[in-house]
Design a protein around this ligand. Structure first.
Ligand SMILES: Nc1ncnc2c1ncn2[C@@H]1O[C@H](COP(=O)(O)OP(=O)(O)O)[C@@H](O)[C@H]1O
Ligand SMILES: Cc1ncc(COP(=O)(O)O)c(N)n1
Length: 309
């Protein structure tokens, strides 16, 4: 690296999963695996493991916002990933600071976390409205799973095939994000299909889909967190490298300076690379038996299966 240059950076605003598979822990592992300098602002603590969520302790919204301001006041951020926020007050406080400082957040990936893989609720009732109105329009990419997509659209029926997913992804663009990555992990079919809808000024949205072989494993805890943080990390690399996302050499940028935004092709490449990273993490962790009772819950993916410098 050139003397005085800085590494590509990514910030996660999310909850803590002490068992290390999801949340902030998954995000920081993913950023590190992808050679990106990771930072983390905690929105909530959970007591959870691979079996389920036992409790949630919210970080006061103002203190969550204060963490974000401390980072932004000091370090240029190439990409920001938002995960579990927990309470309506936290969503509101985070939205206020992010709206005021949007140009400093880099590429913004919003994972609208509502329910854990274990089935436990991770977003307070009533907080979804604030998320939809105040956070979704700020995002470059929103990454709902099928139940979250249905909830974001006001409780419509969940898509149950790829054609329905394509339509749902386009409808979600109506909430104001630049792109929607609709995840099809919950679709009952042999492949894990994700759909990307990208809005384009004055033209019909671009709709793409990626199918990966469905990995036969119970180790799916944190797949959504890992995917969204991988997309953020690849976006950060692309912004700093001025090279296509997924390129071998890690990006560097001038000290103290914000990196330039991504065009549609580079944003699409970051999403595709993120999906490839997640698929590999899933397949290389598929045989893990981390828990003493693996049949009782869902184990994590192998975040470190692919590492880049
Ligand atoms: N068994 C699986 N094999 C391969 N990919 C999967 C599998 N389960 C989920 N995925 C992928 O993991 C990512 C997260 O998907 P999903 O389960 O829909 O979201 P969430 O974790 O937010 O509930 C998506 O890219 C999805 O296609
Ligand atoms: C702190 C925290 N954040 C997010 C999730 C969602 O995990 P998943 O990706 O399995 O839905 C989680 N279980 N815990």
């Amino acid at each position: 690296m050139t003397a005085g240059a800085r590494p590509a950076t990514a910030l996660s605003i999310a909850g803590s999963d002490p068992s290390g598979g999801a949340g902030i822990q998954a995000d920081l592992k993913t950023f590190s695996a992808l050679g990106v300098y990771g930072m983390a602002c905690l929105s909530a603590l959970t007591s959870q493991n691979t079996v389920g969520v036992r409790g949630v302790l919210e970080v006061p919204g103002q203190f969550c916002a204060a963490q974000i301001e401390a980072v932004l006041d000091d370090v240029p951020v190439d990409a920001t990933k938002i995960g579990m926020l927990g309470g309506a007050a936290t969503v509101r406080a985070v939205a206020r600071v992010l709206a005021a400082r949007r140009p400093e957040l880099g590429t913004l990936v919003l994972d609208p976390v509502m329910v854990a893989t274990s089935g436990d609720a991770l977003l307070e009732d009533g907080a979804a409205r604030v998320l939809i109105d105040e956070l979704v329009p700020l995002a470059d990419v929103v990454t709902p799973n099928l139940p979250e997509a249905a909830a974001l659209l006001g409780g419509v029926e969940e898509a149950d095939d790829v054609a329905g997913m394509r339509q749902t992804a386009v409808e979600l663009l109506g909430l104001g994000p630049r792109a929607v990555l609709l995840k099809g992990g919950h679709l009952d079919r042999g492949e894990a299909v994700d759909v990307l809808a990208l809005s384009r000024d004055g033209a019909a949205p671009l709709v793409l889909e990626w199918a990966a072989p469905r990995v036969a494993t119970r180790n799916t805890h944190g797949t959504g967190c890992t995917l969204s943080s991988a997309v953020a990390a690849f976006a950060a690399r692309a912004r700093t490298a001025g090279a296509p996302a997924g390129a071998e050499s890690s990006g560097t940028a001038s000290p103290g300076l914000e990196s330039p935004g991504l065009d549609d092709a580079a944003l699409t490449a970051a999403v595709r690379s993120g999906k490839e990273f997640l698929t590999r993490a899933l397949s290389e962790g598929a045989a893990w038996r981390l828990s003493r009772t693996p049949e009782a819950g869902h184990g994590p993916v192998n975040h470190l299966a692919q590492t880049l410098r």
